[in-house]
Design a protein around this ligand. Structure first.
Ligand SMILES: NC(=O)c1ccc[n+]([C@@H]2O[C@H](COP(=O)([O-])OP(=O)(O)OC[C@H]3O[C@@H](n4cnc5c(N)ncnc54)[C@H](OP(=O)(O)O)[C@@H]3O)[C@@H](O)[C@H]2O)c1
Length: 310
């Protein structure tokens, strides 16, 4: 597929989200017709803006009729949906698993063969205790067993994590974080996913997305400080209270389902192996060989962060 082909129409599920909105922007920049299914059209328009190539269908992925409507005349689907938030966490399985597997069936019926799935960085292991990991694994396995022309993009934490943990001018991290944290600029993820959806010659496989460097949090604090010319100190917050609460996750789940599911992620943040630094170098090389993009670095994002008045 090429962007010149006027019959192309890409459906982006999760097109208003942290990653999805950049996928939509990258597609629109290539003059491709994009359709977004969003539960709130007004909010979607505020995030994405008006564009003659953009169509927003108001609807829920849990509503099969709306999904069928979204699939009409679509050539490829990008799935960047997430229910990992306070409001939707109780419907995590329904939205991220059941609705996505049902979408695959409906896509078959609609003769759509190209699917790009945004997943988590590493393919989860079957023993994972995290529900979201088990869901991602099942969806990935379904795609791998299917005859779809699929690409799985394993997304690490957004590069914005280095900024979202700055409170009161200090980068505060529970447990201090790992020695190397793979991360990706949401702008680069958007570009890679857009190119993947438009390509018809990609092998059916999984790519781990990463930016050129995987810094530790103290290293990130130094680089951000150097870039913006103001000191952003780093502080390690004790991890043990999180560990204790995590042990109670089973009891917490019915009353505080979001906190119960979030805690393992906070612990995971300290669990990246040191070899990850070398792995990201190889992963990044593969991305550079496969896709055409100029990466947005931590320094680029530091500049943007400062420009936003921080
Ligand atoms: N953010 C990260 O740092 C990160 C890290 C690793 C992996 N990932 C993966 O990246 C993917 C996208 O995550 P994200 O953080 O970008 O998500 P996000 O910002 O939380 O956005 C979620 C998106 O899903 C849509 N959505 C949720 N429930 C829906 C429903 N019932 N019907 C229709 N749309 C629904 C929302 O659309 P509306 O609200 O407009 O309806 C929104 O566009 C996920 O697979 C996630 O696991 C993210």
């Amino acid at each position: 597929m090429t962007a010149e082909d006027k019959n192309i129409r890409i459906l982006v599920l999760g097109g208003t989200g942290h990653y999805g909105q950049h996928i939509v922007r990258a597609l629109l920049a290539k003059e491709v017709a994009v359709r977004v299914l969003s539960r709130n059209k007004e909010k979607a328009l505020k995030i994405l803006g008006e564009n003659y190539n953009l169509e927003i269908i108001e609807g829920d992925i849990l509503n099969e009729e709306m999904v069928r409507k979204s699939l009409e005349r679509v050539t490829a689907i990008i799935i960047a949906i997430s229910a990992f938030n306070r409001k939707s966490i109780r419907q995590l399985r329904l939205i991220e698993r059941d609705a996505v597997l049902n979408l695959f069936q409906l896509a078959r019926g609609a003769k759509i063969n190209r699917i790009v799935y945004i997943s988590v960085y590493e393919k989860p292991v079957p023993e994972t205790k995290m529900e979201t990991g088990r869901i991602k694994l099942e969806v990935e396995d379904t795609l791998e067993r299917s005859t779809f022309d699929y690409t799985i993009l394993g997304a690490p934490p957004s590069i914005e994590i280095f900024f979202s943990l700055i409170r009161g001018g200090t980068l505060r991290v529970p447990g201090g974080g790992p020695s190397a944290l793979p991360n990706i600029s949401p702008i680069d993820l958007g570009e890679i996913a857009a190119q993947a959806a438009l390509r018809s010659n990609l092998p059916q496989k999984r790519y781990r997305l990463t930016s050129p460097s995987a810094p530790s949090f103290p290293e990130a604090a130094r680089r951000i400080s150097d870039e913006i010319g103001r000191n952003i100190p780093f502080r390690k917050i004790p991890l043990f209270p999180f560990k204790i609460i995590a042990k109670l996750a089973g009891f917490l789940k019915p009353v505080m389902p979001y906190t119960a599911q979030l805690l393992p992620f906070i612990l995971l943040l300290n669990d990246f192996e040191s070899e990850v630094k070398l792995q990201t170098i190889t992963d990044y090389q593969i991305l550079q060989e496969t896709f055409n993009f100029v990466p947005h670095t931590l320094e680029d994002h530091a500049k943007l962060w400062a420009e936003r008045g921080n």
